[in-house]
Design a binder for this molecule. Structure first.
Ligand SMILES: [Zn+2]
Length: 359
């Protein structure tokens, strides 16, 4: 598939009659990265919603389709810019029966949400720059970037700051916010002079995720103060990523054969555990276990501090919360096995890593 990385299609004030009844049909009618403005009055502030940076994460797109169909943009007291990032990947079907929303990015392509903040003007970096420019163009007062987890998961939000206005945005969607120090080239890491959060609405195939996107988005758009929501938000600091060296193979299964690592079949169940201490992650041999490592943004973290090998089982032996575990081996190989974070301060005198704040 040929991609025009500099193409940004534009629509304004779409109404129910302008788009097909079926969200998939609407997607099929789009051809490139797309900006859609809903403009009420010039004097109103702008808010920005980004979605489909990953082609297989449709909750934000479904919510937008539903809002247009319900005339949900009438009588708002804000102007809203929607940005749809990876239309080509969302549309891409390897086989007819596969359906849309099955690819995070195109085969042979790059993960667009790892391409922000670069000065490169090539391909996906150029697209990321164009999307960031179209956000800055309207000087928004808040930005929401809607995603789904690859595996089944409850909703949570991620940001780079535990600031009050970020937390209040997060509270529109979930009562858990991860404050990440890892820098990957994601949109939420960029400076926009306003709060920006990533919302993981839950699993891409869970109906509940689409409902969370719709409800949170409706609140985000309708509230005059975009961060008027108050509730108890649990904050989890300093997530780490469990990764596998690139030459190592990984399978989903119940035993470790030869030198492979096997992830347990129901690995996604760990996304729902409050504490993964004592849980089996999968199976490995002495040799293959050495190919696991922890990415912690320049800080040294050792696998044995968190995971040990017992009778070829990889067992978590520390109080941690696991996020974004997935059975999709391509994501496991190319991104990470999962994210995890301490749920207790490692030393009593250290700064809070896990806390709950009333906002
Ligand atoms: Zn995503």
């Amino acid at each position: 598939m040929t991609i025009n990385y500099s193409q940004l299609d534009y629509f304004q004030n779409l109404t129910a009659n302008d788009i097909p009844d079926d969200a998939n049909d609407w997607l099929a009618s789009l051809s490139s990265a797309t900006v859609i403005d809903f403009i009420q009055e010039d004097k109103y502030p702008w808010r920005v919603v980004v979605t489909l940076l990953h082609g297989n994460e449709p909750s934000g797109f479904f919510a937008l389709h539903q809002l247009i169909k319900q005339d949900g943009f009438k009588q708002l007291k804000v102007n809203v810019r929607f940005i749809l990032g990876s239309i080509e990947a969302a549309k891409y079907m390897e086989q007819e029966h596969q359906g849309p929303f099955s690819h995070r990015y195109l085969p042979g392509g790059m993960d667009l949400n790892r391409c922000f903040g670069s000065s490169s003007l090539s391909q996906y970096f150029l697209r990321a720059q164009m999307l960031a420019s179209s956000i800055r163009q309207v000087k928004p007062e808040a930005i929401i970037d809607l995603h789904n987890t690859s595996g089944s998961s409850p909703a949570f939000t991620v940001s780079c700051h535990p600031k009050r206005d970020y937390l209040k945005l997060a509270g529109l969607f979930s009562d858990v916010m991860i404050v990440s120090h890892i820098r990957l080239g994601a949109l939420m890491e960029q400076q926009f002079n306003c709060p920006v959060i990533t919302v993981e609405c839950g699993g891409a195939k869970q109906e509940r995720s689409h409902e969370i996107a719709m409800k949170g988005l409706s609140l985000f758009l309708s509230q005059q103060e975009c961060n008027a929501q108050t509730q108890n938000i649990e904050i989890i600091y300093q997530p780490m990523r469990l990764k596998l060296s690139t030459d190592q193979n990984i399978v989903i299964g119940d035993t470790a054969e030869d030198s492979t690592i096997a992830l347990r079949q129901d690995i996604e169940a760990l996304n729902h555990h409050e504490n993964a201490n004592g849980c089996i992650i999968g199976w490995a041999t002495e040799e293959s276990f050495k190919h696991l490592f922890i990415e912690n943004s320049g800080q040294t973290s050792h696998v044995p501090d968190y995971f040990v090998l017992q009778d070829n089982k990889i067992v978590c032996h520390r109080d941690v919360r696991i996020f974004m575990a997935t059975q999709k081996t391509d994501i496991v190989k190319n991104d990470c096995l999962f994210y995890f974070a301490d749920i207790k301060p490692p030393q009593p005198q250290s700064s809070l890593r896990h806390s709950s704040v009333e906002i």
